[in-house]
Design a protein around this ligand. Structure first.
Ligand code: ZN
Ligand code: ZN
Length: 468
């Protein structure tokens, strides 16, 4: 029976733990498997004392001897062989489920490790351009400048920093304040921002200490920003190279807040998606319940909630507006095209409010339900709403449960992400402007896709371990 060596299964041979009688079986991976049996038949002996024990034992063995002393070690179970077993997690009946936000991750405390991992080892990617956001130091700016100048043929550079002219100040006043500190050259002015020249130099001949000191001073007065303009042969400035000492994308001019573990927790107001409050799904209306029979036409009453006497006015409305807009009333709902269905369900995009838009613009089923919700203090309305309500994935976080800002932090490599999620299924955090191509090049975000990266990082010997 068990000759076939399947890669997608756990193969157990000769299990004899506790009361098991030389049991051999194959369990498929990536499927929900239920083990049932009368009391005393050996369910726990198989699941906890054999399968989990062996998975945990082998997982612990992948760590360095130093790390192993901090982990619970389990005895080798009584079994001839187990093949194809991944690291295991056991949740038994004693783990209480406290809130509907609980997951395997929170119950096993794996989530706490993930939060820390993302806060400490995460890399932020800009929501504007998708490039890594780095914190520059005078030394790192110097390194980058050297490389860029070399690649650009060692042009003359104007090292500048921005100074905003305060509202109640005249530009001349700012000039004299700058002059008092030794700055008398202004490179350019954009609106109320002056670009003040710190230094002009060529990287090949400039003294390193002088350049680094210049960058340091510029970052200080420029409140963390330095713009370096390469100059052409005529002394005209080309597009600047921008650097920043805080979490800021100099190219898009977007500031980011410092990461804290709470930012990566859907149980914290800091991290939880504001739309679904960290649940990953929202209560919405279920269109399957609104149109339970798609073979009906609009005239025959395809929109079910409008067939009751209290909302028959809405049925009259849709018939009137459908005629005006050329939406067929006499073909089955399922034969309407996507645009026509959208019109029926979502209404017209010009809509502003009931006061301004009705009558004149078609409201649609969705706005009808939003209006109903304002009347939810009435018992019969609540009953009606509950009949058409269903949980739908949150449209803002798509079930990731975290704020868009948290989802811009990534851990691991693109290869790690590829192993768990194919490129077509990557999720673009809301508000991010970079395209599909950049998105698929990013490492994993802080949810299930990151567990693999976590396992890999944990296995690398820690510096503390190496020192001992
Ligand atoms: Zn950017
Ligand atoms: Zn959400």
């Amino acid at each position: 029976m068990l000759q076939r060596r399947s890669a997608a299964a756990i193969v157990i041979r000769g299990a004899r733990q506790n009361n098991l009688k030389n049991l051999s079986l194959e369990l498929p991976l990536n499927e929900l498997v239920v083990v049932t049996g009368v009391s005393g038949s050996g369910k726990s002996s198989l699941v906890f004392d054999t399968l989990y024990a062996e998975g945990q034992r082998r997982y612990v063995e992948t760590f360095s001897p130093y790390a192993r002393q901090f982990l619970d070690r389990m005895d080798k179970p009584q079994v001839d062989a187990i093949e194809g077993i991944p690291p295991a997690i056991a949740i038994d009946q004693t783990n209480p489920v406290r809130t509907s936000r609980s997951t395997v991750g929170t119950m096993t405390e794996l989530n706490d490790h993930l939060k820390l991992l993302f806060a400490r080892a995460g890399q932020l990617f800009c929501s504007g351009c998708g490039r890594p956001v780095r914190r520059d130091s005078p030394a790192s700016v110097y390194e980058q400048l050297s490389a860029r100048a070399k690649a650009a043929g060692d042009p003359r550079l104007a090292l500048t920093f921005p100074v905003t002219v305060p509202k109640n100040f005249k530009e001349e006043e700012v000039h004299s304040l700058l002059k008092a500190q030794g700055y008398d050259r202004i490179h350019a002015r954009r609106d109320d921002v002056l670009e003040v020249v710190q230094d002009r130099l060529r990287m090949s001949t400039a003294d390193k200490t002088r350049v680094i000191e210049g960058i340091e001073a510029a970052l200080k007065i420029g409140q963390g920003k330095v713009n370096v303009y390469p100059l052409d042969a005529e002394g005209d400035a080309l597009a600047p190279w921008r650097y920043s000492s805080d979490l800021h994308c100099p190219d898009c001019d977007i500031h980011y807040s410092e990461p804290s573990p709470a930012l990566f927790s859907f149980n914290s107001p800091l991290g939880a998606c504001e739309t679904c409050r960290g649940f990953g799904r929202v209560i919405g209306i279920d269109y399957g319940l609104i149109v339970p029979d798609e073979s009906k036409t609009l005239a025959q009453g395809a929109i079910r909630p409008w067939q009751s006497p209290s909302f028959h006015d809405c049925q009259d409305d849709i018939e009137k507006y459908a005629k005006k807009r050329g939406i067929p009333l006499d073909i089955p709902f399922r034969d309407l095209n996507a645009k026509q269905r959208h019109w029926v369900l979502e209404g017209e995009p010009e809509w502003v409010s009931w006061r301004k838009s009705w009558p004149g613009i078609w409201y649609g089923v969705a706005r009808f339900f939003r209006w109903l919700e304002t009347k939810a203090y009435k018992m019969h309305v609540r009953v009606l709403l509950s009949r058409y309500r269903a949980y739908t994935p949150c449209s803002v976080c798509a079930g990731a449960r975290l704020k868009p800002d948290a989802l811009l932090w990534r851990v691991g490599t693109k290869a790690d992400a590829d192993r768990v999620l194919d490129a077509g299924r990557r999720f673009l955090p809301q508000g991010a402007k970079f395209g599909e191509e950049r998105l698929s090049a990013l490492p994993a975000r802080s949810d299930a896709a990151a567990y693999r990266a976590l396992a890999r990082v944990l296995r690398e010997p820690s510096p503390a371990g190496a020192a001992r």
